[in-house]
Write a protein that binds this ligand. Structure first.
Ligand code: ADP
Length: 302
């Protein structure tokens, strides 16, 4: 089993001809409610690739929470370790989008902000059957550190997606990470200089390795991926596709990478799987709806 320990969100997306100004009420055009959260997205990415996947996290005691759990179940994710937190709302992103695609986003962490030691206790119970734990940064950072520590103690692979971007991570977190997977923005923030291609990614990876991670995989969008560990370093160009929407490309990448490692493929091949899954996700609109299934990925890889 792979465990995804992280965020579960609902995105409420309203479109309007333009964004409203302060105090204004504006007539909009459409409304869409769609499941998200980097944790849930990565869990769905894995389940669609037919990897046994357990999600650990929290939703609120509201209708969104029930729907979010159902959505994960329908995608094949095991949800019996998701806690329904009676004291808060589900994690919500309220998004307004205008004609040009400009947006305003308010994120309410809600239940995601409450993930704590209690959830780590559930993680401990699942670790004996697990091969990897996937983490992101949409739950409290001290809980991320505790989850990484628990997995490390159990000798289980820790994959951290340091998203959303942060300029500082606790020093003690780095040595607990087997694979860190920042995109260009996240890598830039972590190392303090712009990362925008193979050369700068190599410099950034070196710093991340020095901080204690075993492997740095830097996602360079349409340019591809750079990967470095103590043993090897390589660059993989992006698969040429017609990209229409890059939302969740990074989550698809992490799903593909972890799925390949679950099948005991070598690191290089795992990065190829990640890049393929990321590329496929850009060819479709939406977050979870754009994540490729096993057959699609296998066909694409040839
Ligand atoms: P994030 O979604 O976290 O910002 P990226 O945009 O870097 O991450 O995308 C993750 C991975 O998905 C990339 O490293 C690449 O392999 C693949 N990818 C992203 N955009 C494209 C694209 N336009 N064409 C082909 N592959 C892409």
């Amino acid at each position: 089993t792979i465990i995804v320990f992280g965020s579960i969100n609902i995105d409420l997306v309203a479109t309007a001809p333009r964004l409203p100004i302060a105090g204004e009420t504006l007539l909009g055009e459409s409304f869409l409610q769609t499941p998200g959260g980097k944790g849930a997205n990565q869990a769905v990415a894995l389940a669609k690739l037919e990897i046994p996947t357990q999600m650990i996290g929290r939703v609120g005691a509201d209708n969104f929470g029930i729907e979010l759990i159902k959505n994960l179940q329908n995608s094949g994710v095991k949800t019996d370790n998701i806690l329904i937190d009676k004291n808060v709302s589900s994690g919500i992103a309220v998004i307004t989008v205008d004609k040009k695609g400009e947006n305003h986003i308010i994120v309410i962490p809600g239940a995601n902000g409450q993930v704590n030691q209690e959830d780590i206790n559930r993680l401990h119970r699942l670790l004996p059957q697990a091969t990897a734990v996937l983490l992101q940064l949409e739950i409290p950072i001290e809980t991320v550190v505790a989850a990484a520590q628990a997995a490390k103690n159990a000798n289980i692979t820790v994959i951290l997606d340091p998203a959303p971007a942060q300029s500082h991570l606790p020093d003690e977190l780095y040595p607990l990470i087997d694979i860190i997977t920042p995109n260009e923005i996240e890598a830039s923030q972590l190392v303090g200089f712009p990362v925008n291609g193979e050369e700068t990614a190599a410099k950034a990876a070196k710093i991340l390795l020095q901080k204690g991670v075993k492997c740095a995989v830097i996602k360079l969008g349409s340019k591809g991926v750079y990967c470095a560990s103590a043993e090897e370093a390589f660059f993989i160009p992006a698969f040429p596709v017609h990209a229409v929407d890059t939302v969740a490309a990074g989550d698809a990448f992490n799903g593909g990478l972890a799925a390949a490692l679950f099948h005991k493929l070598p690191l290089h091949q795992a990065v190829v799987w990640g890049a393929a899954a990321g590329a496929l996700a850009t060819t479709k609109l939406g977050a979870q709806s754009s994540l490729p299934d096993k057959m699609t990925l296998e066909k694409f890889l040839g």
